[in-house]
Design a protein around this ligand. Structure first.
Ligand SMILES: [Cu+2]
Length: 282
């Protein structure tokens, strides 16, 4: 019974999300929210476009489903054995055959145009203001600010028992990535061991972290706040426990944070340098 109610709630929720994109979009920006069924809210221009594309597809899918449903109902009502005892022997109809080939092609073209436009927006990185190098490890992330003095730090999950009020479980980290709002941030993503994936839903960013390769992506956060993400590539035992937390602040606050961070995370703490030290000591 309970699962039936849940299924009904899910159905009604999905319908509401399809019909009321504005309302649904407000739920859970930066982190998931209870009973959320829609995408997380958008905090970057790319994610806004992903939302638009999602609603376009939802509209097309809904129209197709309703159209097929209407056809099925017509068949059931008008062509059952009782109301249509002598069925027609028609086997070909050129008009219909052309239509059911051409119409789907037109629908696919209608989907392809905004889809390629969105891919182009995601993959063509505008001139970056700041570059942050992101390295995935089993099982934490480390970050280097190559344009701001080259300092770097590791970012670990904060265990549940150490959480302060208001900090989300399994998403809070000890050292957040801090970025200024309305600036183009380029991320260069790699891994020190296995394949991880750097993903922040509200930014519309999901990019694999491969050992020995440097992948690039970008985001421009339009609103201040904390945005959470998780590793999105099964990477081993603690895959679920290497969250990502990005704090977007004003430019003045970012400068203050950089000044502080330079002292706190001395160059010797940068992961690469630590590794170099370790190999020199061997
Ligand atoms: Cu991972």
């Amino acid at each position: 019974m309970k699962s039936l109610i849940r299924a009904a709630a899910f159905f009604i929720g999905t319908l509401a999300a399809a019909l009321l994109p504005g309302v649904a979009a407000q739920a859970g920006t930066g982190q998931p929210s209870p009973w959320q069924i829609n995408l997380q809210g958008a905090a970057t221009p790319v994610m806004e476009k992903i939302h638009d594309f999602n609603y376009l597809l939802l509209g097309i899918i809904t129209a197709i489903v309703l159209f097929v449903l209407v056809l099925l109902v017509i068949v059931v009502v008008r062509f059952n054995e009782r109301s249509n005892p002598v069925p027609s022997k028609t086997s070909h109809n050129t008009m219909i055959e052309v239509a059911w080939t051409v119409v789907p092609v037109m629908i696919l073209v209608l989907i392809a145009i905004p889809s390629f436009r969105l891919l182009h927006l995601e993959l063509n990185i505008p001139k970056p203001d700041i570059t942050v190098k992101v390295t995935g490890h089993q099982w934490y992330w480390s970050y280097e600010y190559v344009d701001n003095g080259g300092f770097g730090f590791d970012s670990y999950l904060v265990p549940e028992k150490d959480l302060k009020a208001g900090q989300p479980r399994l998403l809070t980290v000890d050292n957040e990535v801090v970025v200024p709002v309305n600036k183009t941030i380029r991320i260069q993503v790699t891994s020190a061991d296995v394949i991880h994936s750097f993903a922040v839903p509200s930014f519309g960013v999901k990019i694999d972290a491969n050992p020995g390769r440097l992948n690039e992506s970008w985001f421009k956060v339009t609103r201040e706040g904390v945005y959470y993400g998780q590793c999105s590539e099964l990477c081993g035992r603690d895959h679920a426990f290497m969250p990502i937390a990005v704090r977007a602040v004003s430019e003045a606050d970012f400068e203050k944070w950089v000044a502080q961070a330079k002292g706190k995370f001395s160059a010797a703490e940068a992961p690469e340098l630590k590794m170099a030290d370790a190999s020199a000591a061997r």
